[in-house]
Design a protein around this ligand. Structure first.
Ligand code: 2BA
Length: 107
């Protein structure tokens, strides 16, 4: 048995956990914070059989693809006015660890 630890964007976590649950994976969602950016992300714990690890990673990659999005940003001009304009930011993606599970017990 393996434990898959997947750090994903908060924006993708809902659809991703739905997609995993639909395929009968058991999922635990943790609210986490990235050490570098210090902003919230989501860590999913998924315990599964060795044979299903690749399928699980495929679902994670489908539901949390890296993409660019336009978000509003504010700039100030020298005459003291402010205006918003869209900037492209990278969102999504996943960081995945797969670890061996020595023992799995459920009561
Ligand atoms: P990613 O490498 O895609 O990492 C996204 C989040 O995944 C990280 O959030 C962290 O929560 C987790 N993560 C990634 N690698 C990990 C590892 N080896 N062990 C444990 N958790 C891990 P943040 O730490 O906030 O990082 C956000 C993004 O900032 C990273 O995206 C990377 O592009 C950049 N970054 C992270 N550390 C950096 C550093 N020391 N120098 C430059 N850029 C860094």
């Amino acid at each position: 048995m393996k434990l898959i630890i997947a750090v994903v964007s908060n924006d993708d976590s809902h659809s991703l956990s739905n997609a995993l649950t639909k395929e009968n994976f058991s999922v635990t969602k943790l609210a986490t914070t990235g050490g570098f950016l210090k902003i919230g992300n989501t860590t999913l714990l998924i315990g599964t059989e060795d044979a299903l690890v690749d399928k699980c990673i495929e679902i994670i990659s489908e539901e949390s693809k890296q993409r660019t999005e336009l978000v509003p940003s504010t700039a100030s001009y020298d005459i003291g006015r402010f205006a918003t304009f869209p900037v492209e930011v990278q969102v999504g993606g996943a960081t995945i660890f797969v670890v061996d599970v020595e023992k799995f017990v459920k009561f």
